[in-house]
Ligand binder design. Structure first.
Ligand SMILES: [Fe+2]
Length: 299
């Protein structure tokens, strides 16, 4: 099957039309994988996938790992992490506020996931039919390339601390102040915060890491999760992180994805970071399935 690439204006987020991920020939798969590695984020449009088909495709990209919070994994296929605001039988079926800040998935793990695949099953729409819940992606590779030489020099060799419990605590604090947040979802989040603190220790990673396939240098930090720089006074570390984050998330490096049902967005967690907008609430439903590809220790 021939496919077409519709290039985004940003360095990443190009759309691929004309592929069927449920029936991908080996040469098509290899081409798609190469494009993904080259750009960091690609959008494969027009898919219709059963949970098993999403898993089969994802496994071709690498070994899968389960999301850290079991309650948000699909009971029938726990390698699928459910991103959703839907509440059934008094319980959230997925994580409602996933990704509400700039981050790279699982950066709080010693071996963060290599990449993620997110499949849109239900997309909330505004009253005029415009999709809500857009996701922004930023190229940490292009952002690194554009840094002034002295700043590149300054940050090479630094390590940054990544803390999952800090992220959940911040989300719970934000949720407590947000009148629109469902109380059931908020209670759940508070319970997860306490669990995370006990079970997920902080970890440090290189602030500049090397993409395991392409060898490109990439900035590696996440908002709210990356809490400081090893060996640097807290205020100085946070100022440096803020400076880098502002640079990465500036216009030249960012693609904003407006979702359609059937989109499959694939990103790698080294050369990109992402951020989801929460501009919708029930009864507008959002339902996405994510699979996560295992990675290696950042170097
Ligand atoms: Fe994410």
């Amino acid at each position: 099957m021939a496919f077409e690439i519709e290039y985004a204006k940003a360095p990443l987020g190009h759309k691929i039309h004309g592929l069927d991920l449920a029936h991908l020939k080996e040469d098509e798969f290899q081409q798609l994988k190469n494009i993904w590695n080259q750009y960091g984020v690609v959008v494969v449009t027009g898919q219709k996938l059963a949970a098993e088909q999403l898993l089969d495709f994802s496994r071709r990209l690498g070994a899968l790992e389960k999301f850290i919070i079991d309650a948000y994994n699909l009971p029938s296929n726990p390698e699928i992490f459910v991103v959703s605001n839907v509440i059934e039988n008094g319980k959230p079926i997925g994580m409602a506020d996933a990704g509400r800040m700039w981050h790279s998935d699982m950066c709080f793990r010693p071996e963060p996931s290599f990449g993620s695949v997110l499949y849109a099953l239900e997309v909330p729409l505004s009253d005029d039919g415009t999709p809500l819940g857009d996701t922004h992606f930023a190229s940490t590779a292009a952002a690194f390339d554009a840094l002034p030489a002295d700043l590149r020099e300054k940050i090479s060799g630094l390590r940054a601390v990544n803390s999952f419990s800090a992220r959940i605590a911040a989300a719970a604090e934000r949720g407590a102040k947000d009148a629109s947040m469902d109380p059931v979802a908020l209670d759940h989040l508070k319970a997860q915060r306490d669990k995370a603190k006990a079970e997920v220790p902080d970890v440090d990673h290189p602030l500049v890491r090397t993409h395991p396939v392409t060898g490109r240098k990439c900035l590696y930090l996440s908002e709210l999760i990356t809490s400081g720089i090893v060996g640097m006074p807290p205020e100085e570390g946070q100022a440096l992180l803020r400076q880098l984050m502002d640079h990465i998330t500036s216009d030249p490096f960012v693609y904003r994805h407006s979702w359609s049902v059937g989109d499959v967005v694939m990103w790698d967690n080294c050369s990109s970071m992402h951020y989801a907008i929460g501009d919708y609430q029930l009864p507008k439903r959002r339902l996405m399935y994510r699979t996560t590809i295992r990675g290696t220790r950042p170097v």
